[in-house]
Design a protein around this ligand. Sequence first.
Ligand SMILES: [Zn+2]
Length: 320
Amino acid sequence: MSAGYFPKREKVGLEDLFKGLVTASHILHHNGIVDAYGHISVRSPDNPATFWMPCNIPPALISTPDDLIEYNVEDATPVEKNVKPGYLERCIHSEIYKRFPAVNSVVHSHSSDVLPYCISGVPLKPTIHLAGFLGSSVPVWDISSHYPSGSKHDLLVRDTTLGASLSASFKPATSAGFLYSKMRSALPSQIGGTAEPDHEPEHAVVLMQSHGFTTAAHGIEEAVFQAIYTKEAAKAQTTALAIRNAHFGRTVEGNVDVEHGGKIKSAKVKAEGDLKYLTDRQARDTSEAMQATISRPWGLWCREVEINPLYKNECPSGED
Ligand SMILES: [Zn+2]
């Protein structure tokens, strides 16, 4: 299982890909990234113009190749007719694949640990070495100013217009950009050696206002890793903010008007320093370092869902 689906394998058979996509769905559920909602997809290894995604059932209950649907990247329509109903928000996935040819897997989540950073205005930043992929900033995309006229304002990415708007917030990388430099150094021969900066997103993760987050990656394992450690980074940051404020409190600096009863004339709240976040250099270097280790947690996560009776993966194994 450690061989990887994308991009480490030269060739990926569809059977193997299906098995990996089902396992990844189970891992995301087991780690609280998805519940009945949320999803992962993977670009077709044989045809970059299509991608595979589970049908409209909870990720934990996906079990067979019949639960998976192939969609066109162009408009998120099914390749085959008369397929099972799909997820409403599959345009999140199609528009990211359309804009970024180097992206091969996408995860969308409503994780409750990440949601506070989609609501509060507090920026999510890399606080731990396992989340260096967050880079120097994590954008928050707000759907409210992007609804096509006449559409529902239900926060769901229901169409290609909204999907394209979200995808744009990942921003094309520049040749000096964070993700491109990471990818170039870590995966020199990936995607046929034709890596171009603008094929890569500048950001690995985008938060969605009042909704959740989406992460884009080169392969299934990397997408799962980024989803899980986005959640872990959010938990660490939230806890650190809470204990910092509880321990240090806040001091008030100001002037007291003695002649008029000791009233405070002017004051400002002074916080005792900010959290220590990773520097840009630390984020880039830790991201590179951890990318080389993804097969280790992946092997553990696979075994965890394999022995849990909730999860059934009845996809036949491909040639390995
Ligand atoms: Zn959603």
